[in-house]
Design a protein around this ligand. Structure first.
Ligand code: SF4
Ligand code: SF4
Length: 263
């Protein structure tokens, strides 16, 4: 019989430091275009995985010795390369046991229908406007889950003031992927803490004032700043992932605040 322990053990062996299983009833009232239940109508739960971004990639930015590796290795390689292999391995465990595994990884250049926002880093941000529902009353594909809400449901993190998913053990130094499945896995309670209560470390850390305590991160202002922070003016690219020349001071401050350590 497939259990959450079987999946967790395989996930940890492959480098997942955070693991949780969320109850889909927690998405009650969610925008249907972002509702995991709309991906797999008979789904039972959502499984969440967190892989740490090595601290050294932030440390080199803090010391001013290297900036591009955070983006290429710490973000792109984990999200777009390693997580794909990781998710396939998790899927084979779930599907060999007779259930469906709907794999979810970040999609920085795609937007659900009706979302006109753009990712400042990426030239081609595509709103899926030509998709149509399979029948009346259903949302148009593709459904794209909100990773902050998914992490909270799985008990592995929460969306921070600047929009990053954070937890006490890794701060924002972590990347996430999920699987929506009909496997009847035991769920755990959602993330209950409010880690941002009484904290404005990220707000103070940003030299350019890109994080508003109430409104959160201004993504365009942030991109303008980290792109030019060291006298460069890097062009936008097809797939994004530019070096963060500001050194991600917001993330470093958050990590130091939440872990109580100094990078
Ligand atoms: S630095 Fe503080 S306010 Fe900002 S995201 Fe982290 S915990 Fe929340
Ligand atoms: S990434 Fe850089 S520019 Fe953007 S909010 Fe953080 S410190 Fe400010």
């Amino acid at each position: 019989m497939l259990t959450r322990e079987t999946i967790e053990s395989a996930a940890r062996e492959l480098g997942a430091a955070m693991f949780g299983v969320g109850d889909l009833s927690l998405f009650e009232g969610e925008d249907p275009r972002r509702d995991p239940k709309m991906i797999c109508p008979k789904a039972h739960c959502i499984v969440g995985f967190g892989i740490p971004v090595p601290r050294g990639l932030y440390k080199t930015m803090k010391e001013g010795t290297q900036f591009y590796t955070y983006t290429t290795v710490g973000v792109k390689a984990i999200d777009e390369e390693y997580f794909e292999i990781f998710l396939f391995k998790m899927a084979s465990i779930i599907e060999d046991a007779g259930y469906d595994a709907c794999l979810q990884r970040t999609t920085p250049n795609l937007r659900v229908q009706g979302d006109k926002s753009a990712n400042p880093e990426t030239i081609g941000v595509y709103e899926l406007k030509y998709a149509s529902p399979v029948e009346p009353g259903k949302p148009p594909p593709d459904i794209m889950i909100d990773f902050g809400k998914a992490a909270r449901a799985c008990g592995i993190g929460m969306p921070g003031r600047d929009g990053k998913v954070i937890n006490r053990a890794y701060g924002p130094f972590m990347r996430y992927a999920f699987i929506v499945t009909d496997a009847p896995l035991a769920t755990n309670p959602p993330f209950a803490d409010d880690l941002c209560a009484g904290c404005d470390a990220c707000v103070k850390a940003c030299d350019a004032g890109c994080i508003d305590p109430e409104k959160g991160l201004d993504t365009w202002k942030c991109w303008e700043h980290y792109n030019k922070a060291r006298g460069y003016d890097l062009p936008r690219t097809q797939w994004g992932y530019q070096a963060c020349l500001c050194g991600k001071k917001c993330d470093v401050a958050c990590w130091e605040h939440l872990t109580g350590k100094t990078l």
